[in-house]
Design a protein around this ligand. Sequence first.
Ligand code: ZN
Length: 306
Amino acid sequence: MTRRLNWFLLIVLLVVGLPYYWLLIDNRPGSAAAKPVSIARLRELAASIPGQKPVAVEMELVAYRRLPGTLFVAGTGIKRRLIGVMAFRLPVPGKGPIVIDSGLDADAARRMEMEEFDPRSWARITAALNSASQIVITHEHPDHLGGLISLGKPELFQRTLFNARQLPGNSLSDGLRWPRVPLPAPAIAGAQPVAIAPGVVVIPAPSHTPGSQMIFVQLADGREYLFTGDIATLMSSWSELRARSRLVGDYLAPEARGEVFAWLKTIAALKAQAPAMIVVPGHDFERLVDIKRPTGIHFTFTDRAD
Ligand SMILES: [Zn+2]
């Protein structure tokens, strides 16, 4: 009886425990080293284009769903976490705002099985995109780039600073519903960080997707932000060095896991060099509006220009 029970437990462990560990908990970062990006270089680039820097960071929450945390931050338990779909607006006096990411429309929210979708928030994101001087997208997934594509406006595409891998031509981008309108040439080229506006620097970071890029922002008053896209889904992704679960990162939405770890280490290194800088993960709405740990991000979009 006891021997039979032991065999039973061993088989349960092998059949259930090993896949559970491998798919939902495994977090070994491998040998990936942090990238040679320093805060000094980002600040130098932020100052390289003279002119008015953005004066604030505003955020919209257009949709959300709650899913087990371990799916997105492996090893953090099956308690459900709020996965927010957000867009960001940086007002620039004398110029239209800079918009980072575009959320998604009601159709895409249904397709992605969001629990809630806020049409008024989507209307504010649409207005911000329409008035934007520049649009920049963290990566080519439908909850970040999809909103912009669904509007289908050639003039908005022309104001978007794409990198080549975010445009049609790779399998992820090709899976998005691009309208048949002229698209711009990629504005971001090469592997090195590049300034796109006073105080705004794009950091090419292919990893979570081929077209992933992070955005460093230094506001006119000196406050600094690092928008990580989904390289860090939640704050604990980089602060605890935890990748997505293999179930998500290897199978459901495949990514270059070693490169994700390298960039998570890079985010932690940049934060260590600039402790006051606010890291803005791709989906951590609750952390970004936590009144106990203020981020200075204004929730929701305003009409302000200055
Ligand atoms: Zn996302």
